[in-house]
Design a protein around this ligand. Structure first.
Ligand SMILES: [Cu+2]
Length: 484
C-alpha cells in the first residue's frame, strides 16, 4: 500500500459526506483511503482521518470496507481485520484507565466481530470542532488480485446536549507490554485465563461496553471483587455456524475470529467509584496453542458523583446485551488449523502439508536468514530446548508468525539486519511458521526431536511454560510491531 500523504487527509476530502436527518441528530459518513492492497498482502495503515469539525456528540458508530463505487468488499477479497479510531484532540488524552504510553483516546474499535458503538439514549461521546481523529487498521487480502479499498465510517452526530461518556480500553493481559496481543500456549487445564485488575479512574456509571476478541475466545467479562466477585457484564463472543464463509474462504491465513460480541448497554448504568477495583477476565481455549490473541474491552463511563447508597446494590434492570448478528451461531470457539499456503501448478493457492525436501539439521543453536523474501534454510531440525536466531536481512520488514505446532513462537516485524533469538522450542513436534506480510512465499518449518529422536513424545519438563527468554539481539525497535 502506498499512502501518498500518510499523515495528511489524503483523498478523504474527496470522500462523500452524507448528512441526513434532522438538525438534532444526523448520520454522517466519511471515507478514508484509498488503500491499495496487493494480493495476499496485509496492510497496517495508520493515518489521520476526517473528524466532524463541529461541537457535539457521537452516539453511534460503525466502520466497513468499500470499493470506490460504494459496494461492500467481501471478506473473500479483503478483510477488515481490526480497526480503531483515536481522538487526539480530546481533553482526556492518556486517561488513567487505559494503558499508558499510547497517544490519543481510542473511542471506537471493532474487528471481525463487527462491533458497533451503540450508546444508550441520552449519552454521547463528546467531540469538539478542533478534534483530530486518527485511524489504525489492519487490512488483509484473501486473493491474488490487488484491490483498492476505502474504509467507510458512519456515525450519528448530534449538537444536542448529551451526558458525556469517557471511553477506556482495557486488556485482560494488562499493560505490562506495549503489545495488545498475547499468546495462548497449550495448557493441561485446557483454558487460558487472564485477569487484569483495573482501578476505575473516575466516579460515575458504566453505560456501555464492547469487546474485541479473536478465534478461540471463550468469554470476557467484568467482575466486581468487592461484591463477591459478581459479574457486572460480559461481551462474550459468538462464532459463525460451521458452514459459514469465514471458515470456507481460502487461503486461511489466520484463525477466524468471532462474528459477534455482545455490546452492553444500560441507561441507568452500573455505579462505579474512583479507585475501585474491577477485574477484566478473559478465557481462551488452551487445548491448542494460539498466536496473538486479544482480549480488549471498551468501557464507556458517564462521569458523575460518587455512588451513594449501599454497596453492591442490585444491578440495573435496564441492562441489555445487544448482539447484532442474529443468525445461527456457536458459543464454543471452533478450532481451525492454520496451514502453510502456497501457489500450486494451477496458479491457485492451496494449503501445504509440509515443506518439501530434507531438513537442514542443527545440533546446536540454529541460524536462519530472512533474505530476498525467503527463510534460508526454510526447513530445519533442531534439538529439544534449542534456539533459533533469525536474521532479518531484507530492507523490507518480515516477521515470524506461528501457524500451527506444539507451542507458540514468533517475532515482531523486523528488517535491516536485526537479529532475534527464540528459545521457545520446549516441546517436540513440527512447528509451522510464516511471515504474515508474505504469507504465500515465506514459510519456516522447524522439526524438534526429543532425546530419543521422536517428534511425538510428551512435552519436556518445562512443558506448559510460556515461551520465555526470547530476546531481540541487536536493536529491537521500540514498540516493535507485532501486528495483530
Ligand atoms: Cu515477509
Amino acid at each position: 500500500m502506498k499512502l501518498r500523504h500518510p499523515l495528511a487527509l489524503s483523498e478523504i476530502d474527496a470522500m462523500m459526506a452524507l448528512a441526513t436527518g434532522t438538525d438534532s441528530a444526523q448520520t454522517i459518513t466519511y471515507r478514508a483511503g484509498p488503500f491499495h492492497v496487493s494480493g495476499f498482502q496485509t496492510e497496517l495503515p495508520k493515518l489521520q482521518v476526517r473528524a466532524p469539525r463541529m461541537d457535539g456528540y457521537v452516539t453511534k458508530m460503525n466502520a466497513t470496507l468499500h470499493y470506490a463505487n460504494g459496494r461492500r468488499v467481501s471478506i473473500r477479497k479483503v478483510m477488515l481485520h481490526h480497526i480503531v479510531f483515536l481522538n487526539d484532540g480530546s481533553p482526556n488524552n492518556e486517561p488513567g484507565g487505559s494503558c499508558k504510553g499510547r497517544k490519543g483516546e481510542p473511542f471506537y474499535g471493532t474487528g471481525e466481530e463487527r462491533e458497533q458503538l451503540l450508546l444508550p439514549t441520552g449519552y454521547g461521546y463528546r467531540v469538539r470542532t478542533h478534534d483530530r481523529w486518527r485511524m489504525q487498521t489492519m487490512l488483509m487480502s484473501h486473493s491474488f488480485q490487488a484491490r483498492t479499498v476505502y474504509v467507510q465510517y458512519t456515525f450519528t452526530f448530534t449538537k444536542k446536549r448529551m451526558t458525556p461518556v469517557v471511553p477506556f480500553w482495557i486488556r485482560a493481559n494488562g499493560c505490562k507490554t506495549t503489545q495488545p496481543s498475547y499468546s495462548v500456549q497449550e495448557l493441561s487445564s485446557g483454558l487460558d485465563h487472564r485477569t487484569f485488575r483495573w482501578k476505575v479512574p473516575m466516579n460515575g456509571r458504566i453505560v456501555g461496553a464492547g469487546g474485541h476478541l479473536h478465534g478461540g475466545a471463550e468469554q470476557m467479562s467484568l467482575t466486581q471483587p468487592a461484591c463477591n466477585d459478581r459479574k457486572l457484564l460480559d461481551t462474550n463472543p459468538l462464532f459463525a455456524p460451521r458452514n459459514d464463509l469465514v471458515y470456507t474462504i481460502r487461503p486461511i491465513l489466520h484463525e477466524p475470529g468471532p462474528v459477534g460480541t455482545r455490546f452492553f448497554q444500560s441507561k441507568t448504568g452500573i455505579p462505579v467509584r474512583r479507585g475501585e477495583a474491577l477485574d477484566l477476565q478473559a478465557d481462551y481455549d488452551a487445548r491448542r496453542p494460539r498466536a496473538r490473541v486479544m482480549s480488549i474491552m471498551h468501557v464507556y463511563i458517564a462521569e458523575g458523583p460518587a455512588p451513594k447508597g449501599k454497596r453492591c446494590a442490585a444491578l440495573p434492570r435496564d441492562a441489555r446485551e445487544i448482539l447484532l448478528r442474529r443468525d445461527g451461531h456457536l458459543s464454543d470457539p471452533p478450532y481451525i488449523k492454520v496451514p502453510f499456503n502456497a501457489v500450486g501448478n494451477d496458479g491457485k493457492v492451496h494449503p501445504l502439508a509440509d515443506l518439501p525436501g530434507k531438513p537442514t539439521v542443527f545440533d546446536g543453536p540454529a541460524q536462519v536468514s530472512l533474505i530476498n523474501n525467503r527463510f534460508v534454510p526454510a526447513k530445519i531440525q533442531i534439538p529439544l530446548n534449542g534456539s533459533i536466531t533469525w536474521t532479518f536481512a531484507d530492507r523490507v520488514g518480515h516477521n515470524v508468525l506461528f501457524a500451527n505446532g506444539p507451542q507458540v513462537v514468533g517475532t515482531p516485524t523486523l528488517s535491516r539486519g536485526v537479529k532475534y533469538t527464540s528459545r521457545g522450542f520446549l516441546k517436540p513436534g513440527t512447528y509451522q511458521l510464516f511471515c504474515y506480510l508474505h504469507p504465500i512465499t515465506m514459510h519456516q518449518e522447524v522439526i524438534v526431536k526429543d532425546k530419543d529422536g521422536s517428534t511425538s513424545g510428551r512435552a519436556s519438563a518445562v512443558a506448559g511454560a510460556r515461551a520465555a527468554g526470547d530476546t531481540g539481539a541487536g536493536e529491537l525497535p521500540k514498540n516493535a510491531d507485532f501486528g495483530w
